[in-house]
Design a binder for this molecule. Structure first.
Ligand SMILES: [Zn+2]
Ligand SMILES: [Zn+2]
Length: 384
């Protein structure tokens, strides 16, 4: 079987749930287990299982065959290095640094196998992969950082900064990779595009320029600090805008603020995991509601009254209806979280009826007199 177009889209390793480096035995074992669990005989009428079984079989057909697996791995490697279906030659707009491999044109009539065979069989491809260190643009790694916020900042949103230690643009050359006072020069081989054209019969190809490794530039005097990579490991502060209403445990993506790319590659992203502290009065409910518990006395609950209730933007007056029960919740509209997009949340006020811990003789007499008046048994419905 020649390499298939689907290989570019399907991650057969993920389908079988094994690592790309898994041994043949591990592949076989994973296949047998999954095939058994999803076999149509055992899942009559289950269309999803049937679909999974087909996928598992397709994955096994490739990964279970040493030669096919090798070819598949090569195709995947190529895809990972930035190759995509397309049909442009060197010098096309949009083909610049950041591109790290060859590109090819699909012809659905076939020929892909030959094409890939030529690519992989070529001495140049082999040398590029195993020989000298890669010089093409490499995207920077994604980074993770933790951020602790207090309750109010999380509710209102805040612009703050997090410290990260990672690859960053070199402090000496500013990321160009060239000694200060010198500059990278456009690559003469590819004219600065980073790609050279290769003729393959009916197909129009581009390959990474062998001179500049796809960068489009050549550095004659490499920066001593970063040895021409343009990258240096150091601590830096990254500004992060936290949206109003961020929740504990949420991850905020800061695009392009991860580790610096190498050799002109784009930077990775920074993912900030947010930890939100507690508030002495308020809690959160759902995405936009705030909660607060407000104590009222028995007479207030029984007779009804108006009480002042704190909100994050000043107190509001809330009516306590006569006969309010302990645990009753009322809603104060629009006094919750105001997200950047969407409607403001509400403040949910829960009344707690407080009981005096100690009574004077006079109070005891008054409560006793009241008890005599309230002859109704509140436990009647319990049937005891
Ligand atoms: Zn440098
Ligand atoms: Zn070049």
């Amino acid at each position: 079987m020649a390499p298939q177009r689907e290989w570019l889209e399907k991650d057969y390793y993920a389908v079988l749930g094994v690592e790309p480096g898994a041994s043949d035995r591990e592949v076989q074992r994973a296949y047998r287990r999954l095939a058994k669990a999803n076999h149509p005989d055992a899942n009559a009428g289950d269309a999803a299982a049937e679909e999974r079984f087909k996928e598992i079989s397709a994955a096994h057909e490739v990964l279970g065959d040493a030669d096919k697996r090798k070819e598949y791995d090569q195709v995947r490697e190529m895809v990972a290095s930035g190759v995509g279906p397309g049909s442009f030659g060197a010098g096309d707009a949009g083909f610049g640094p950041g591109f790290g491999g060859a590109t090819f044109h699909f012809d659905d009539g076939g020929g892909l196998g030959d094409l890939l065979g030529n690519l992989f069989g070529g001495a140049r491809a082999g040398t590029r992969r195993r020989g000298r260190a890669p010089t093409g643009p490499v995207r920077g790694a994604d980074l993770e950082a933790e951020l602790h916020l207090d309750f109010v900042d999380a509710v209102h949103g805040i612009t703050t900064s997090v410290g990260v230690t990672s690859d960053a643009p070199c402090s000496v050359c500013g990321g160009s990779g060239a000694e200060p006072g010198t500059f990278p020069q456009p690559c003469a081989t590819c004219g600065g595009t980073g790609a050279v054209a290769v003729d393959q019969g009916p197909f129009s190809f581009s390959e990474v320029c062998p001179t500049c490794g796809g960068r489009g530039e050549v550095i004659e005097h490499r920066c001593k600090k970063c040895r021409g990579t343009g990258v240096e490991r150091r601590r830096r502060d990254v500004k992060v805008r936290i949206p109003a209403g961020v929740r504990d445990g949420q991850r905020i993506r800061v695009k392009g603020r991860g580790a610096a790319g190498r050799n002109g590659g784009p930077p990775g992203d920074l993912f900030v995991r947010v930890h939100v502290g507690d508030h002495p009065l308020f809690g959160r409910q759902g995405k936009t509601n705030l909660t607060v518990t407000v104590p009222v006395t028995f007479p207030e609950a029984a007779l009804g009254t108006q009480v002042k209730v704190p909100t994050l933007d000043g107190p509001v007056t809330v009516k306590v209806p006569a006969g309010t029960q302990a645990g009753k919740t009322v809603r104060v509209r629009g006094r919750g979280i105001h997200p950047a997009r969407g409607d403001a949340g509400d403040l949910l006020v829960t009344f707690d009826v407080v009981v005096p811990r100690a009574l004077t003789d006079e109070q005891r007499a008054a409560v006793t007199a009241l008890a005599e008046q309230l002859s109704e048994n509140p436990r009647e419905r319990l049937g005891v």
